[in-house]
Write a protein that binds this ligand. Sequence first.
Ligand code: FE2
Ligand code: FE2
Length: 312
Amino acid sequence: MELRLAALHWLAEPNHIAKSAGVIALAQANKEGAVGLEAEAVLAPLRPIPGRPPLPELVSHQFVPRRSMRTGEGRAALIHALAHIEFNAINLALDAIWRFPGMPREYYQNWLQVAAEEARHFNLLAAHLVTKGYAYGGFAAHNGLWDMAEKTRDDILARLALVPRTLEARGLDATPPLRAKLAQAGEMEAAEILDIILADEIGHVLIGNRWFNWVCDERCLDPVATYASLAETYQAPALRGPFNLDARRAAGFSESELSALVAGKCPVLCRPSILSRTSRNQTSSPDETQCNPGVEPMPPDSAIAASGLRTR
Ligand SMILES: [Fe+2]
Ligand SMILES: [Fe+2]
């Protein structure tokens, strides 16, 4: 068995139960030394990717209905939205493995670990949904996470910048207020699942940071200016607070990046003058990293909504 071919196989698998079980089994086989690696192979999918079940119906994110957290159905819809994020996250981690050749062995090992953890997250949430009388596929969902995978499919650096360092990192900010809402509604089991997910997601963003910085190093690019440039090119969602600084720090963001976030200065919204600066020898003055002053901070509810979740 070869790791990148196996990742492509499970990415194309449409059945969610088979996909998550297959990915967990692949990670276990890899631990036992039963999986080889052809890091240089250039692969092409033979089946449509990503494989997904006929349900949930995919709709534009503005058509995902908002439901009240005061009802059981509303809370189930929220758990379903989280399960769908995890389903997409399995696919994103598998895509990082098969699509990008020529990386060190640890890169592929890291993303296999991520894929297996996303599969466990999906299983926990899908099983919890069943205890509530619902099932994965029972609510409409949107495809925002995979859309970003499509946009960044041609460049590993863009993928690492936009997916783990932007979308997954935003999940670090969104999870604590979401957990609080679930706990407040008496959904302690769901809240405990979110505790597991948050702890693992810190590791995923750390892996994203590790490899983003590694590729920047290989290409002699300054990570901060390069992130700003990629965020602009790929229209990253603006990074707005409140931020989970402890989690972001644990996930490998530098103190200067965190300070810039807190100060309302963020690479995404920087003036064009910094966007073209990519030499590692160049540093930016505080003035050059000033964000658009017209942007309001994002309240916690908005952060949750922006992460693709709707709680009302
Ligand atoms: Fe996850
Ligand atoms: Fe993740």
